[in-house]
Design a protein around this ligand. Structure first.
Ligand SMILES: [Ca+2]
Ligand SMILES: [Ca+2]
Ligand SMILES: [Ca+2]
Ligand SMILES: [Ca+2]
Length: 293
């Protein structure tokens, strides 16, 4: 393979490598207490998440969340976790707070990597944030209407960087999804898994089984247009009665972080075949190019 050809394929190779991820599911206590308010569960893949196959023991964070705030999102941006808090009451400014953690251990241990960032955002009185993800190119912030209606229940806002997110400087006009969310469900998380968006719904009422639903979208336009890429997946999970999910994050192991580059299966297979044919030299070149900056 010629070097220019290989360079052209690097974004695709990164996208393929990005499929390796650990799924982090966040739960928050429904009542305000003084410690241990978040729990993190890990799954090895989307399949395991949807089947509630757990990869390791749950981690309980010692965090004490302020009585007037709740977590509403979690994402891994390739270098850090970003944890999002929203004020429980509607006010006219400063309604979101973002906290960063350098690793999953730090997230689970509430070890903070920098000062909290307070966004000046004024969230519409009839909406609340329900998800946050970095998709390889931008942050996507999700809002859901507080009341159940028959259409247009989600809004997506994009930001080019973490600073823009924290300062509420959107990169484009908001996108309104035509989605009609079932009356007894609410969105609870949004994540980019390296190839696609994963939208998480939780039942509003506590039951004993099947409390989470996962829907996938191939790209941002499909997410905003509510054009799913596959049938919904229903997890058999029984969530503890005094907890609710508040975030979903696929922690990529790829370095650099994945980019949302279209990767048709046939092309991906062709790339793998080429790599197999020239395994040793290609591996060395890719290794150098993917080293940390
Ligand atoms: Ca608290
Ligand atoms: Ca407001
Ligand atoms: Ca609805
Ligand atoms: Ca339950």
């Amino acid at each position: 393979m010629r070097l220019p050809t290989l360079i052209a394929l690097l974004p695709l190779l990164a996208a393929l490598a990005a499929q390796a991820a650990t799924v982090r599911l966040m739960f928050e206590r429904d009542d305000d207490v003084a410690s241990n308010e978040l729990v993190f569960r890990s799954h090895a893949s989307l399949d395991d998440l949807a089947n509630n196959v757990i990869a390791e023991p749950d981690r309980i964070s010692p965090i004490n969340i302020a009585g007037s705030f709740s977590t509403t999102g979690l994402t891994w941006d390739g270098q850090q976790f970003v944890l999002m808090f929203e004020r429980d009451d509607d006010v006219a400014s400063n309604e979101l707070v973002f906290r960063t953690h350098a690793s999953f251990d730090d997230l689970a241990g509430n070890v903070i990597s920098g000062p909290d960032r307070i966004s000046p955002i004024n969230i519409a009185a009839n909406f609340s944030t329900t998800g946050l993800t970095w998709d390889g190119q931008q942050y996507v912030l999700m809002f859901e209407r507080d009341d159940d209606v028959a259409s247009n229940e989600l809004i997506f806002r994009t930001y080019a960087s973490f600073d823009d997110l924290a300062n509420n400087l959107p990169s484009a006009p908001d996108r309104i999804s035509p989605i009609n969310i079932a009356a007894n469900f609410s969105t609870r998380g949004l994540s980019w898994d390296g190839q696609q968006y994963v939208l998480m719904f939780e039942r509003d009422d506590d039951v004993a089984i099947n409390e989470l639903v996962f829907r996938t979208y191939a790209d941002f336009d499909d997410l905003a247009g509510n054009l799913p890429s596959a049938p919904d997946r229903i997890s058999p999970i029984n969530i503890a009665a005094n907890f609710s999910t508040t975030g979903l994050a696929f922690e990529w192991t790829a370095d650099p972080p994945p980019q949302p580059v279209p990767a048709p299966a046939s092309l991906a297979l062709a790339v793998l075949a080429l790599l197999a044919a020239t395994a040793t030299p290609v591996a060395r070149r890719v290794s150098r190019r993917r080293g940390r900056a």
